[in-house]
Ligand binder design. Structure first.
Ligand code: ARG
Length: 267
């Protein structure tokens, strides 16, 4: 009889232990855990959004993701992995969030989830001051440098044709700009803010920017998540909150020196 009592006590104790273990694993194991530091990946060669300064990854996007994560109650660590690898990591779920001036589009939505939009952008053309190029149409018989796998590449492919040898594709946008500087290309097509900042900060290089609204669509940046990520809901909410509580405007002003027009990104 005594033996039986001991046996049931052990059984009950084991049962209680298993039950409590089940309860805690829900809050400490999943990607939704707020104790775990989320891995955020970027391509830090796209100033002023993400770039490296004395070995540190900085930029508008970095301040933005830090503010949003804090608002949502998550810890994050941003790592520079490069443009193509960042998509591989999010798809393979070795990273939790991608932030890299990533345009929300239907093609990417088939494989990834996006947050609500947080920045309005469009592709523009950067050329030397004395260039004869006046519009996107004029790029047709010119050598154009773009970052591989971007909406800029896609837009230029529409103009020149995908197999065109005059389209030079680079791993990052700084390399595309270097090609233009070295005379190996006639133009760079990239996100307006990035090339506008470049022209402003490098007046001696004598580049100018041209806009062509008919050729280049309006685009919106979003955070990139693995498909089905449970983080999306929390981060969407936090993005809206930092836009409402003035935090977004503070970061925007730090990087762009002017107040944001929040109606641009409200959906
Ligand atoms: N917005 C463009 C796109 O999504 C270019 C982004 C490039 N970002 C970067 N960090 N290099 O295709």
């Amino acid at each position: 009889m005594k033996k039986f009592k001991l046996f049931t006590t052990i059984l009950v104790a084991a049962f209680v232990f298993i039950l409590s273990a089940c309860g805690t694993s829900k809050t400490s194991g999943g990607e939704e855990s707020k104790d775990k530091t989320l891995r955020v990946v970027t391509d830090a060669a796209y100033a002023p959004f993400e770039y490296q300064d004395k070995g540190e990854v900085v930029g508008f996007d970095i301040d933005f993701i830090n503010a949003v994560a804090k608002q949502a109650g998550y810890k994050v660590k941003v790592e520079h992995v490069g443009w193509d690898p960042l998509f591989v990591e999010i798809k393979g779920k070795t990273a939790d969030i991608g932030i890299s001036s990533i345009t929300i589009n239907d093609k990417r939505k088939q494989t990834y989830d996006f947050s609500v939009p947080y920045f309005l952008s469009t592709n523009k053309i950067m050329i030397p001051k004395d260039s004869p190029i006046k519009s996107a149409e004029d790029l047709k018989d010119k050598v154009v440098a773009v970052q591989n796998g971007t909406t800029g590449q896609e837009a230029v492919e529409k103009l020149l044709g995908a197999e065109n040898k005059n389209l030079k594709k680079f791993k990052d946008n700084n390399l595309a700009i270097m090609e233009l500087k070295g005379g190996g290309a006639d133009a760079v097509v990239a996100d307006n803010t990035v090339i506008e900042e470049y022209v402003k900060n490098n007046p001696k290089e004598n580049f100018v920017i041209i806009e062509d609204e008919a050729a280049f669509d309006k685009e919106f940046y979003g955070l990139l998540f693995p498909k089905g990520s449970k983080l999306k809901a929390d981060f969407d909410k936090a993005i809206k909150e930092v836009m409402e509580n003035g935090e977004y405007a503070k970061i925007y002003k730090k990087w762009f020196k002017v107040d944001p027009d929040l109606t641009e990104v409200k959906t």
